[in-house]
Every structure is written in C-alpha cells, then in structure tokens.
Design a protein around this ligand. Sequence first.
Ligand code: ATP
Ligand code: MG
Length: 390
Amino acid sequence: METVVVVRYSEIGLKGKNREWFEKKLIDNILKIVKPAAVNKRYGRIIVRIGRNNADLILERLHYVFGIQNYSLGVSVGHDLEELKQVVLDLAKKHVNEGLKTFKINAQRGYKDFPMTSLEINREFGAYVLQAFPHLKVDVHNPEFEIGIDVREKEIFVFSGKIQSSGGLPVGVSGRALLLLSGGIDSPVAGWYAMRRGLELQTVTFLSPPLTTEKSEEKVLSVGKVLSKYLPNGLRMWIVPLTEVQTYIKENAPDEYSLILQRRSMMRIASMIARRVKAKAVITGENLGQVASQTIENMAAIEEASSLIVLRPLVGFDKVEITNKAKEIGTFEISIKPYIDSCVAFAPKHPATRSNINELREIEAKLGKLHELEFEAFKSRKSYRIVSEE
Ligand code: ATP
Ligand code: MG
C-alpha cells in the first residue's frame, strides 16, 4: 500500500502534438514542486507518489499548478481484495469519525480483466462498509462522502474527495510574457489569467524614486511573492526608475498628454526588457472604460509604442469581478495598501481621453532627449528573483 495523489487534468480541446507537450510540461511543473516525491503518468492521470514526503504540503502546492482540474489524496494497492477492503474500511472510518452519515462507492474499471464489474464492486464494498458501520446509509445521488475505487492493470487507486485546482494550461506551454505590474488591483489579476493560459510570467514595475519610497517597492515584491506560487521556476521581477523620463515629459509636453506619453515610454522600455528575456507578449491590467483614460483610442496609442503584441486579459471583466478574483488569489489586501506608484505621482489634471497617434508622434519628435532618457531608465533596471518557499 502506498499513499498517492491522483491528479486529473482536462484534455478537452487538446489534440495530437499539443497534448503530448501539455502532458510533458504538466508533469515537469508538478515534479518541480513535489520533489523529491516521484511523479508518473498512468491511464490518463498523473500520479504523485508521496513516499516519505509531507502529504499536506504537496496537496497545498498542487493547488497552484495550472493545468490541473482536480486531485484526490488516496492510496494505491495491488489486486488484493482483502487489502482493498481494509483500505476502504479505513477511509470510511475516517469519514464516520467526522460525523458523516451517507455515502456511496464509485468504482471504475479501466482494467477489463479484473474479475468484478464496477457495479459488483460498488455493491460488494458498499455492503462491507454497511456491515462495519450499520448506522450509515447509501445515497447514490447526494452522498456526504464518496469513496472512489479506480481499478487499473497494475494497481487499484482508492480515494475520497476531490480538491479543485485552478484549471487552465501548464505554465510555459504558451511561452513567456512580461506583465506590466503596477501597485493597483488589476494588473496582478491580469497576470494570473495570463499564467492560467500557459504563459510563464516575468514582471516590470516603473517607480518614481524618491517620490515613491522603499515601501512601493516592497509592496510590488509582496504581490510578486503571491504570483510566484504559480510559477514552478519562480518569478523574475524588474524594477525600473522612471522619474527622469516622467519629469522630462511633464516639463516639455502638453499636460493632458503626459499620461499617455509616460505609458508609451513604459511600453518602449518594457519592449526592451521583453526582447532581452525572450518574452513574446506584454500583458497589462487595462480594462475598457474603467477610468476616463482607458478608451480604445488611448489603448491603441499606448500599444503602438510596443514592439510586441499587447494582451489585456481583463478587458471583458467588471471591476467587481476583478476585485473578487484579487481577493481569491490573495493580492487584494496588498494592492489596497496606500503606497503610490509612479503614475499617480505624475498624473495630469485632465488626461486626454482620445489621443491621436500622429499627434503623439509629433510631440515625441520634439522631445529630443526622450529616447536617451528611456534607455538610461532601462539600463538602471533592478532585478529580483522571487521563489515561493511555501
Ligand atoms: P492597476 O490596478 O493594474 O494599476 P488601473 O485600473 O489602475 O490598473 P491604470 O493605472 O490606467 O489602470 O494602468 C493600466 C495598466 O498599465 C496597469 O494595469 C498596468 O498593467 C500598467 N501600469 C500602470 N502603471 C504602471 C507602473 N507604474 N508600472 C508598471 N505597469 C504599470
Ligand atoms: Mg493603476
């Protein structure tokens, strides 16, 4: 008998080479967080063999692996009916002690040479449980606990309860992307959705020292720590001082355009970093219409400064939904702390709501030192590597 976790992943929509790649990446990602426990693929499931390792810790970590639908803690036994019976009774006892009163056995027989059908297993093992705990009742529709018996060629898995995971695709299958991470509520959530579609994330944050203090940096690093739990290789974070660029824009360009111009500078610097780290896309937490400056025209004007595709995972969400997600993933409490990020410090009084790309280009053409200052900011970037140790 051996303690295992049976991991189930969704294969819907994954065909041919894609699927192989998906499975390999998922196994790699799981292996990294459960090490030194062994992991193998069996019968369309992934089995984590706990061995002497800490089962609670492994269960906790699997929650953060994108690509997993759900998983169950259980045991693996051989084709030995006595041993199987004992394991089923032990599991039932555990639930009886929790005060649960109705149950069902849910057998699946992937190995057709096994001498009993799944129906026979359900009946026979249900009867064993009733014999041992006569006050229990079978409820096939809405049981308080369910014991799964999964009969395979070389072993039988017994488990109860399914823990939901985060779904999506394994981190890395879609390549790498760079998230523009601010101190606000939205961008960490955008990063979460990007990772969920298989993107391996790095982040870049623009700060305005000394207007922003150490606290602003600490705040983004704490957000990074939460995001890093989803990344089997940890999170690379870039911090760029934007003060000189912002001051130059503020002093030399029309006030109403200064926000968009700053954002365009951010995009150009982010693109430089992205190219260095071989990221294929830039992610933002922009959301259509949320604030007066988030119009389609302004987004287009910001995006035009990027040399990479810009993805905006939050474009279809309401603020309430984004806030709820932020609470669920644990970034909300950090994001609402009041340390200013770079933009707030240099925000114009009346930001333009409909910018025109040609006009912006003309303004930028007159800002002779802009690109030089952007390059200086890029060269002054700092980097951190955040590895979740939970
Ligand atoms: P957030 O809550 O993510 O700050 P927001 O609703 O406040 O978003 P904006 O302030 O307009 O919206 O920012 C839009 C997006 O631009 C952010 O989601 C983020 O991706 C990027 N961004 C803004 N400021 C910064 C910054 N200082 N550093 C890095 N990215 C930034
Ligand atoms: Mg913001």
